[in-house]
Design a protein around this ligand. Structure first.
Ligand code: CAA
Length: 241
């Protein structure tokens, strides 16, 4: 049976690698994005994966966006809540906008997106919700009170939703990537990355987006039905939760 997967923030970085891996494994894949039209168009041309533009921070935009995807592909079996942003700042300098933007995009989106698909999954008795949290939601990170709070929230969301849907063939899991070689991590000031982050990664390098995509494939599989409510750390040994 061909399953349909929707990956949010699916045109760059980790999301793009997830979409490509799902497609290569035989899923029908749709990717949502919000800001970067040029990158999204390039991704679509290269991967052949259709793209949809909406803001996952808006419930109404998610309703409309998911409606479009379902009209094109049919019901969504696998939802990968990957879209996320950073607005790093020490807390004593953080603005309300930096707080709300990150919490809304990185945590609010899990409600906005998952609420669109959960009822159908319950009726069809199959679903895979995979939330891309972060090492920094597990351990905290200097300069990321907003991001760490939202990503920790993603883990609580995962566990509670997993409980509610465990009997219905729906699994809900979180992946916590460490520092992965993406534009988001490349935006960290070079000296901070080199002095405060890289030396803390026992494997001795950044992760690659494909190393996260591999775990998504594992959790999305039919055979992964007994794995629910789990938090999978993929961080090169930087934090062992
Ligand atoms: N741990 C401890 N101290 C730190 C620190 C750290 N990680 N980073 C900075 N400091 C210290 C500095 O050494 C400095 O101390 P002194 O004044 O004694 O020299 C003080 O904090 C202020 O530092 P800055 O001058 O750099 O302060 P700033 O306000 O200009 O910037 C910052 C602070 C925004 C936090 C900046 O350091 C930064 O961007 N850090 C990176 C944060 C980070 O790791 N983000 C992860 C992004 S990737 C991601 O989020 C993906 C994922 O899921 C893993």
């Amino acid at each position: 049976m061909t399953r349909t997967a929707l990956v949010t923030g699916g045109t760059r970085g980790i999301g793009a690698a997830i979409g490509r891996a799902l497609k290569a494994s035989g899923y029908r894949v749709a990717a949502s994005y919000h800001g970067n039209d040029t990158a999204a168009t390039k991704f679509k041309m290269e991967s052949g994966i259709p793209i949809y533009k909406w803001d996952v921070g808006s419930f109404d935009a998610c309703t409309e966006g998911v409606r479009e995807v379902v009209a094109d592909f049919g019901p969504i079996d696998v939802l990968v809540n990957n879209a996320g942003i950073t607005k790093d700042s020490t807390f004593h300098k953080m603005t309300p906008e930096q707080w709300s933007a990150v919490v809304n995009t990185n945590l609010g989106s899990l409600f906005n997106m998952t609420r669109q698909v959960i009822e159908g999954m319950r009726i069809r008795k199959f679903g895979r919700i995979i939330n891309i949290s972060s090492i920094n939601g597990q351990k905290g990170q200097f300069g990321q009170v907003n991001y760490s709070a939202a990503k920790a929230g993603d883990i609580g969301f995962t566990k509670a939703l997993a409980l509610e849907n465990a009997k219905g063939g729906i699994t809900v899991n979180a992946i916590c990537p460490g520092y992965i070689n993406t534009e988001m991590v490349q935006a960290v000031p070079k000296d901070v990355l080199e002095k405060s982050i890289l030396p803390l990664i026992p494997v001795g390098r950044l992760g690659e987006p494909e190393e996260i995509a591999r775990a998504v494939l594992f959790l999305a599989a039919e055979e992964a039905g007994f794995i629910t409510g789990s938090t999978l750390s993929i961080n090169g040994g930087q934090y062992m939760a």
